[in-house]
Design a protein around this ligand. Structure first.
Ligand SMILES: C[S@@+](CC[C@H](N)C(=O)[O-])C[C@H]1O[C@@H](n2cnc3c(N)ncnc32)[C@H](O)[C@@H]1O
Length: 165
């Protein structure tokens, strides 16, 4: 039996995706991880519009198969990949940027893993839900063209303790 997702699928609108990637200052060659990739839209926009390498983690097999199809159709195999698995269990230490649209309770559970694995300077951008215990480096209430507003939180991983950089 397939494991139960920690969060249901609700897509981030493409306008919000673009703003998240802008806020995180995604640049060509950056590696972007989307925790819970859904229909893969963050991966595809990161690769096509920001020239990033994008890696998604998704627990639902049918979503993974759908994303694989999109990657093939758009010929993005060199830049986009999808891992079928649980984001609590997949190593994300290669990330320059992590995107999340989860829940505050799930952010709280994933926080120790982010602190353990992410390198100093890596950016975490969360749609709608803050990471409690962390102070955002930037916050924005983004208004979409349909008038809906979205809380966007940016966190930059601090230098390692003891580092003078
Ligand atoms: C709210 S949707 C966000 C989808 C996409 N990131 C976006 O912003 O459009 C959350 C996604 O996380 C997936 N998910 C939930 N728990 C997961 C877990 N433990 N590991 C991997 N994926 C998970 C769900 O199946 C769903 O597709």
């Amino acid at each position: 039996m397939e494991p139960v997702p920690d969060v249901p699928f609700v897509p981030t609108s493409e306008e919000v995706v673009r703003r998240m990637l802008q806020i995180a200052k995604v640049k060509p060659g950056d590696t972007v991880f989307d925790l819970g990739a859904g229909d893969g839209r963050i991966l595809i926009i990161a690769a096509i519009e920001f020239n990033a390498k994008a890696i998604g983690i998704e627990i639902k097999k049918d979503f993974v198969l759908n994303i694989k199809k999109k990657i093939r159709a758009l010929e993005l195999e060199d830049r986009v990949s999808i891992i079928h698995g649980n984001f609590f269990e997949v190593n994300i230490s290669k990330a320059d940027v992590v995107t999340m649209f989860l829940l505050e309770s799930v952010n709280e559970r994933i926080r120790p893993k982010l602190e353990r694995e992410l390198k100093p300077g890596a950016r975490v951008v969360s749609h709608e839900f803050k990471v409690s215990e962390w102070k955002p480096n930037y916050f924005e209430k983004f208004t979409c063209s349909d008038g809906s507003t979205h809380d966007l939180y940016l966190y930059v991983m601090p230098p390692e303790k003891g580092s003078k950089k």
